[in-house]
Design a binder for this molecule. Structure first.
Ligand SMILES: Nc1ncnc2c1ncn2[C@@H]1O[C@H](COP(=O)(O)OP(=O)(O)OP(=O)(O)O)[C@@H](O)[C@H]1O
Ligand SMILES: [Mg+2]
Length: 235
């Protein structure tokens, strides 16, 4: 479904991605991990066409994404930093996005699940961090596209919301979606991930499932296994 070939990205002199190859064929939950600044968001934004690669190609369902804007309709996206217009009420923001992207059959169910109805009349600029993230989640899951990209979806969520998010992601997987997630919360990643993609110094440094990672690093604890990838590379 997603094929990234020899992807390079430089911001001025800062080399962020230097030849990333990645092929995600099946539906399932993929976690992109790596230290702060390792290029996770840059890779995601390249797939979304929001960052222009310096070199390399990205294909979605065998079609290059270059000059093919339509492919974006197949992807729902939760940004790491959401820049919503701060003077809109939450309910106005939700209907504005529906006007832009078409009707949603799931908005009410999601609003209910995350308790968003309590602050539908609040202005976006006055929301708490967690309220903002719940709004962000409703907007990302509202349109039911086959590919779902979630950049740090757990940020600021309370434990109940976190459980709902995990269940929601699992359900979307069962419905055959390809889900790409970044997170620094290792317990969350361990619970839901099928496949890990670990970015380090511009490249995919490890790719595989959790038991393969534990075997390779000789660590039984997932968090320690991830840490040992960093320590063995003196990061
Ligand atoms: N628009 C931009 N202009 C210049 N540099 C950028 C830009 N976007 C990202 N960078 C740089 O690219 C590098 C990778 O950033 P990126 O946001 O992809 O990291 P990340 O792995 O998502 O980190 P985090 O875990 O903190 O979210 C950083 O050095 C960052 O400063
Ligand atoms: Mg990021």
């Amino acid at each position: 479904m997603i094929k990234v070939q020899d992807l390079h990205k430089k911001f001025q002199k800062n080399i962020v991605l230097s030849g990333v190859n990645l092929e995600l064929k099946e539906s399932g939950i993929y976690s992109i991990l790596g230290p702060n600044g390792s290029g996770k968001t840059t890779l995601i934004k390249s797939i979304l066409g929001m960052v222009l690669p310096t070199k390399g190609s990205i294909k979605i369902n065998d079609k290059s994404i270059k000059a093919a804007w339509d492919y974006r309709k197949q992807i729902d996206y939760l940004p790491q930093i959401a820049n919503f217009p701060s003077n809109l009420k939450v309910k106005e923001l939700i209907s504005m996005i529906k006007d832009l992207r078409g009707n949603s059959k799931r908005d009410k169910e999601l609003i209910n699940l995350f308790g968003v109805e309590k602050f539908l009349d609040k202005k976006v600029g006055t929301l708490s961090g967690g309220m903002k993230q719940k709004t962000n989640i409703v907007l990302a899951f509202m349109f039911d596209s086959p590919i779902l990209i979630l950049d740090e979806p757990t940020t600021g969520l309370d434990p109940v919301a976190l459980i709902h998010l995990k269940e929601l992601i699992q359900k979307e997987k069962e419905r055959g979606k390809l889900i790409l997630i970044t997170s620094h919360i290792m317990s969350f990643v361990e619970e839901i991930t099928d496949e890990i993609v670990f970015l380090l110094e511009g490249n995919v440094h490890f790719e595989g499932n959790i038991s393969e990672l534990k075997k390779q690093t000789s660590e039984q604890n997932f968090e320690r296994a991830i840490a040992s990838l960093l320590i063995s590379n003196h990061v």
